[in-house]
Design a binder for this molecule. Structure first.
Ligand SMILES: Nc1ncnc2c1ncn2[C@@H]1O[C@H](COP(=O)(O)OP(=O)(O)OP(=O)(O)O)[C@@H](O)[C@H]1O
Length: 297
């Protein structure tokens, strides 16, 4: 069953001698937000541009609904640019809607709806260059949505946004996903991808390093155990099988437990040193699992 599934199938792309993408595959299903993450130059933008059909791949295929993609079918929020600074907001959106095949009437109706939905009503007649960064971001989002696309592709939609604006953006994306539109976004921010996406692909140097739901990615790693034992000496846990010390800070030790390691043996070892005031399990974050992919915001 491939209905409304966006499939990116082993795409590769070189620029001169540099490999931007090497056999990268992922899929975005209706109802879900799929996040591509990775450090600078990992290949996210190239992957999204090939997904949209605005840049060719050297090899591989992109399919929607089991068929090769057609340009103009998707809504796109580019990392930067894409808007004409001297155009007025409403005119820009109507223009983009018409470029994607809407009638003038439909483009108008859709543009007005998105301006209202994104709180841009008062700025509808303003020139884009006169808008602040946050309002311009909302116009870019409206531009991606105005043609009522069957797939949404967004390159770094969170850049420069405060937490409230990130949440507002994700609410809109969730609504589209709930309506059956696969949503693919890229972000260098592993924390935001972890919080807002259902499934994630981690790119490094053009290769897919890991892919899965957040639970699959974080649950597949060793469990983390935080133990606070005020009288324990460094190295108190080394005799327990399957345990690795990740951090020791004053009285608190963070341990990684391999599969099958016995947390009760850790507790016994800790109690043997004296009182234990904290003993808690938690899953690692994506940023902890992929520290090399974390870049400054
Ligand atoms: N037009 C181009 N010409 C030459 N090299 C390019 C071109 N576009 C991308 N690259 C190279 O391909 C690699 C992947 O770049 P890409 O922009 O896709 O990564 P990215 O993950 O989006 O990075 P960033 O987070 O910095 O935007 C980089 O090494 C980049 O320098």
């Amino acid at each position: 069953m491939t209905a409304r599934l966006l499939e990116v199938d082993r795409i590769s792309r070189r620029f001169g001698t540099a490999t931007a993408l090497d056999q990268v595959s992922f899929a975005a299903r209706p109802g879900e937000l799929f996040g591509l993450t990775g450090g600078r130059g990992a290949g996210k933008t190239t992957a999204l541009r090939i997904t949209l059909g605005v840049q060719p791949a050297d090899s591989g295929a992109v399919r929607f609904d089991g068929r090769p993609i057609r340009r103009g079918l998707f809504g796109y929020l580019p990392e930067e640019g894409g808007l004409q600074p001297r155009m007025r907001v409403l005119d820009q959106l109507v223009h983009l809607g018409r470029l994607h095949g809407l009638s003038t009437n439909d483009a108008h109706g859709s543009a007005e709806r998105w301006l209202a939905r994104l709180g841009l009503g008062p700025q509808r007649k303003a020139q884009i260059r006169k808008l602040g960064a946050e309002a311009r971001h909302r116009v870019r989002l409206a531009a991606a949505l105005v043609s009522d696309p069957v797939v949404l592709v967004l390159d770094e939609p969170f850049t420069g946004l405060d937490p409230a604006a990130v949440t507002a953006t994700c609410e809109v994306l969730r609504e589209k996903a709930a309506a059956g539109v696969p949503v693919v976004l890229s972000s260098r921010r592993l924390d935001l991808v972890e919080r807002h996406c259902d499934r994630v692909g981690v790119l490094r140097a053009g290769r897919m390093l890991a892919m899965g739901t957040i639970a699959e990615l974080t649950g597949g790693a060793g469990r983390r155990l935080t133990v606070t034992a005020p009288r324990a000496r460094p190295g108190w846990s080394t005799a327990v099988p399957g345990v690795r010390v990740l951090a020791e800070h004053r009285e608190t030790t963070v341990l990684e437990l391999s599969r099958g390691a016995d947390d009760q043996a850790v507790l016994a070892a800790a109690l043997a040193t004296g009182p234990v005031t904290e003993f808690s399990h938690r899953l690692p974050s994506l940023a902890e699992l992929f520290p090399d992919e974390v870049s400054a915001p």
